[in-house]
Design a protein around this ligand. Structure first.
Ligand code: UD1
Length: 340
């Protein structure tokens, strides 16, 4: 079976994708710098799949290390590239760090892939490239809006770098996957989301509040032009998301792609408000969540959810799990981690 490199493979989405790859029989090599992850995740992957993936602690900013890796693993057939920084607020304060971490490393990787006889590349992009879209649901043809943050800009620029490279490197094929809001965890609770410090994202904040680590969830604004006044997002179960990576990779490995560079939205197609997420959590956990409405958070778009037709038609992929499944698994994981 083909050898696949997963950068950032010990992170939240990366680890779930490694599970899917191993269960499909691929030989996985993980690169991770452990800046926002832990080696213990390997044990979780092993517990689920019965196989310990190969792991090399490499910082992709170290160009010589990346070169050495590809000399050793010149038989890599595909790369799924998760390794990146992803905190929106931090990117505003540290733009150069974000451009170096997310763009510099991407260039190093692509330079190595250019040397291979054939390479399939999957890039983690984000629905953030659409900003507040003019039409909902959001199709892949919606215009890319000016980025709200350096983080968002790295996803836009990253896509452009890959697109331009694919135009002139015929041996390189790539797909950018634009994730909506990934949540939940593997049903085994062996792996999950492990934010360092105070979570910035809604679902880990909810589960940590219920576990008693945070006092109260702040709901950022209830005066938006939506049915209940809170923002609407498309929350996609991380296991569905991970499976989409496998399907996208196989599209490239089996030459089923329509062009050398393609983009796909990955979402459920269903929008949920912040209060609906809270209600889902309360329903599946039987816990009452302590929350209060506060001011809007700067930079939040009102509503974003995916048009899923392209992924369904061309990848033959659609989500199987819903918001309740995601909240149930997120809570099971939080309880395990905290010993609640
Ligand atoms: C955020 C980023 C997005 C990034 C994604 C990665 C911003 C503005 N956007 O998406 O660029 O790709 O994370 O995971 O940061 N909420 C609360 N209280 C909280 C936390 C969140 O009410 O304590 C609300 C938010 O206002 C939003 C929804 O929950 O309406 C989801 O927020 P979040 O999980 O941070 O995701 P996004 O903002 O959609």
């Amino acid at each position: 079976m083909d050898k696949i490199l997963v950068t950032g493979g010990l992170g939240f989405i990366g680890s779930h994708t490694v599970v899917e790859l191993q269960e499909a029989g691929y030989e996985v090599v993980i690169i991770d710098d452990l800046s926002n992850s832990s080696e213990n995740v390997l044990d979780g992957i092993n517990a689920i799949t019965g196989k310990m993936p190969a792991f090399e602690k490499i910082d992709l900013k170290e160009k010589a290390d990346v070169e050495a890796f590809f000399k050793k693993h010149s038989d890599v057939k595909g790369v799924i590239h998760f390794a990146a920084s992803k905190a929106v607020g931090e990117s505003v304060n540290e733009p150069l760090m974000y451009y170096e971490n997310n763009i510099g490393t991407l260039v190093y990787l692509l330079k190595e892939l250019k040397k291979l006889s054939e390479a399939s590349f999957i890039f983690s992009s984000s629905c953030t490239v659409y900003g507040q879209a003019d039409e909902l649901p959001i199709t892949e043809n919606a215009p890319v809006k000016e980025a709200e943050s350096p983080y968002g800009n790295t996803k836009q620029i990253g896509e452009e770098i890959i697109r331009d490279t694919c135009k002139v490197v015929p041996t390189l094929k790539a797909i950018a996957l634009r994730y909506f809001n990934p949540v939940g965890s593997h049903e085994s609770a062996e792996i999950g989301e492990l934010p360092i410090g105070v979570p910035q994202n809604l679902v880990p904040f909810i589960t940590q509040t219920a576990a008693g680590i945070r006092e109260q969830l702040s709901v950022f604004g209830d005066d938006y032009p939506t049915p209940d006044g809170t923002c609407i997002r498309d929350y996609i179960h991380v296991v569905d998301l991970a499976k989409a990576h496998l399907v996208a990779l196989e599209r490239l490995l089996q030459n089923k792609n329509a062009a050398n560079y393609e983009t796909f939205n990955l979402g459920t197609g269903k929008g949920s408000s912040v209060l609906e997420v809270v209600q889902s959590f309360e329903r599946v956990s039987n816990e009452k969540l302590n929350y209060k409405i506060v001011d809007r958070r700067e930079g939040d778009v009102i509503s974003a959810y995916a048009d899923t037709a392209k992924a369904k038609e061309q990848l033959g992929w659609e989500t199987k799990l819903d918001l309740d499944d995601a909240m149930r698994s997120a809570w099971k994981w939080e309880q395990k981690v905290r010993g609640v």
